[in-house]
Design a protein. Sequence first.
Length: 85
Amino acid sequence: MSDPDPAAIEAQIEATRARLAGTVDELSVRLRPQEIARRGTAQAKARLLRATTTPDGQPRVERLAAAGAAVVALLVLAIWRRRRG
């Protein structure tokens, strides 16, 4: 067996450092509060879109009507409680 070539070892170390630096940079971007908020907002929009439209893009009228009715019911309840109290 021959001894490893020092230049090859240095090249491997440098390649490993570069990969680690890239990983650290990527993690730092992913963990920024603005990035976390952006991803959360994008996920919420996607869930809302899936819940309110069919796969071909048509609105799901029954779900939209149910959500509208729930909002109206909450408003009526809030007004009733305010007038009562």
